[in-house]
Design a protein around this ligand. Structure first.
Ligand SMILES: [Zn+2]
Length: 425
């Protein structure tokens, strides 16, 4: 896996176990047998270069592009990615992941000569039982925390295997003022609560039902709440106003202020529960509804809940320095590096240098792949190891770190921080 002549500390970090704190391994997609070479591009961040899967407030979209059916593949279907979008890092990362998992050692690219062989190998791989699990094992991934946004109550161990746990996405609940109300993923709070045997009639009963649902998380193997509301609304979560929040209850189309107050109230309630239960709140920051997703918007929520552990994601791209400033001030912040290097390796390395320097202790950073298929996960995690090692090399050559210090921090970021943070055995 590593270049044969690299120093021992680098080889150790290339091969160290990895605890992956964020994936979108959705059983029906991740384990599907309807996957070919083109599907891997469509159901990946490379697909986002063609179409964002989340609509903006000005857009209306019928069908989420991620769930497209198997389309036959030929070279012309691949060229939009392999030629027109070849400079984009999502595309480059996925190509490297596909070649790593399915390619011959001397293949350096997907081209006219090898795409058919790769396509055959991908189709064959989906017929081998345990292909995904074995591939992750070979990549050193010992545990995965998945965010199945199609099923916020997923029991991941049953659906995906022993090495999986899940998070409980809270978006639907923060948008749950009416049985017909849905979050940007199409989830309805009423439907999810019904699935758990609860049918609240009043706002008070609804809050109580959410408390019950949260207390059942352990039985579902759910290790964190996930707040991805940056795709639904502003992340400026204001102090709860019960009266205004309650005015949204039961309305098909509440006023903007009532809607926001409803979400504010629910998010605040969940943050209180998270503190009581000592369960973290993993929160998407950075691009989303971009006019409202600047990390500074979330400072109020973090300040009001000093006992809640917030795992803030994606280095809040492109506002990483603002996020690091927040983490310097509020010590109930941890940093989930997920996605940041996938967006831009250049930005990542610069922000990672700063994060190493400014974070209060070595227990603050962890990472995940944030992908749908195992090939992209492998590419993403390999890219991370490489960029982390490059950054450490720069720190060592400037005299900031010794090799021993780089190795210690690297192991913490790859696995031990996450193990401690999520209290995993
Ligand atoms: Zn994600």
């Amino acid at each position: 896996m590593t270049p044969p002549h690299s120093p021992a500390w680098q080889r150790a970090l290339f091969e160290a176990p990895l605890l992956d704190v964020h994936e979108h391994h959705i059983p029906s997609v991740f384990l599907s047998d309807q996957v070919n070479l083109l599907t891997l591009f469509q159901q990946s961040y490379a697909g986002w270069t063609v179409e964002r899967p989340y609509p903006l407030p000005s857009e209306n979209r019928e069908e989420p592009p991620m769930e497209s059916a198997l389309t036959p593949v030929d070279w012309s279907a691949l060229t939009p990615y392999l030629e027109e979008r070849r400079s984009n890092h999502f595309v480059r990362n996925l190509v490297s992941g596909i070649l790593h998992v399915h390619g011959d050692p001397d293949w350096t690219d997907i081209d006219r000569d090898n795409w058919e062989a790769l396509n055959d190998r991908i189709l064959q791989s989906r017929k081998q039982p345990g292909f995904q699990t074995n591939t992750l094992k070979q990549a050193g991934v010992e545990r995965v925390i998945t965010d199945d946004y199609t099923n916020p109550l997923l029991v991941a161990k049953d659906a995906l295997g022993e090495s999986y746990q899940s998070v409980m996405r809270i978006n639907a609940f923060a948008c749950g003022w009416h049985p017909e109300a849905r979050d940007h993923n199409g989830n309805s709070a009423a439907k999810l609560l019904k699935q758990a045997g609860m049918e609240p009639d009043t706002f008070e009963e609804y809050i109580e039902a959410l408390t019950v649902l949260a207390r059942q998380m352990e039985s579902r193997g759910q290790v964190a709440f996930k707040n991805a509301l940056a795709y639904d609304r502003t992340i400026a979560f204001e102090a709860p106003d019960a009266q205004l929040a309650k005015q949204a209850w039961g309305k098909t189309n509440p006023k903007e202020a009532e809607r926001l107050a409803f979400g504010d109230y629910i998010v605040d309630h969940i943050c209180k529960l998270a503190a009581e239960m000592n369960i973290p709140v993993q929160t998407h920051l950075g691009t989303g509804i971009i006019r409202d997703s600047h990390p500074m918007n979330i400072a109020g929520l973090i300040e009001r809940h000093p006992r809640t552990r917030f795992l803030l994601m994606h280095l809040a791209y492109p506002w990483s320095r603002d996020l690091l400033g927040l983490a310097f001030v509020y010590r109930n912040i941890w940093i989930d590096l997920t996605w940041s290097w996938l967006l831009s390796p250049t930005h990542f390395k610069s922000a990672f240098h700063e994060a190493i320097e400014i974070l209060s202790d070595e227990g603050r950073m962890m990472l995940g792949g944030d992908n749908w298929h195992v090939e992209e996960t492998c590419g993403t995690l390999r890219t991370f190891r490489r960029l982390m090692i490059e950054t450490f090399e720069e720190k060592i050559s400037s005299g900031y770190f010794t090799e021993k210090e780089a190795l210690r921090l690297g192991n913490r970021i790859l696995h031990s921080n996450a193990r401690q943070f999520f209290k995993l055995k």
